[in-house]
Write a protein that binds this ligand. Sequence first.
Ligand SMILES: [Zn+2]
Ligand SMILES: [Zn+2]
Length: 224
Amino acid sequence: MPEEQKFKCEQCIRVFGSQEALDMHNKAKHSLTKDKKTEENKSRKEHRLFTKKIRNLFIFIVVIGFLIFGAVALFSSSSKNEDVTKMNIIGHQNAALHIHSKLKILIDDTEQLIPPNIGISQGVMRPLHTHDASGEIHIEAPYKRDFTIGEFFQVWEKNFNSSCIFNYCTDKGNLTMIVNGKENFEFENYFMKDGDIIIIEYNSFNVQSKTNSVNENGKTNNKK
Ligand SMILES: [Zn+2]
Ligand SMILES: [Zn+2]
């Protein structure tokens, strides 16, 4: 048989004696006929195109989802965590929230003045304010929202956190916060509730007080 009449496999360049032998080889080794292959390629392409479309759609949905989520988060955080030192409720009308907490500050057993009209000035009323010097904090807002004791100190423009009350800090004394008779360790992060009685107490190491005593070596013993 002349060379030209032999049947070559296009996949692996093997040569066969007859078309049947080539077909059998194709079936066995490549499991495809030419027609089938192009068809498969076409459907594979279509499949790829389809997956690409699905993927793009998925990405689109995810992106839109994130945008909506972000917008909602931004909106709710802007109203929930509005800077209390920038909020102005102007007056007592339209208050959806109006509760009170009582604050007492003791520095070395001396009660500190909490002046009237903290948070109140010409045309301005902050959601946290005082009307008198009784230590009553008025908590009023046009929508329901929690406020921390720390936010009251922000309005007052005074220091309060777990290490300082005013300029009295824990390097020179003990700082405790008592809410409704119980020691509280949240300090400035404590969310005030209606009727709370909050006592902030600072006792210097070098001052003899009810809760602290200093021994001869100058060391502090805390009685708790
Ligand atoms: Zn009030
Ligand atoms: Zn008020």
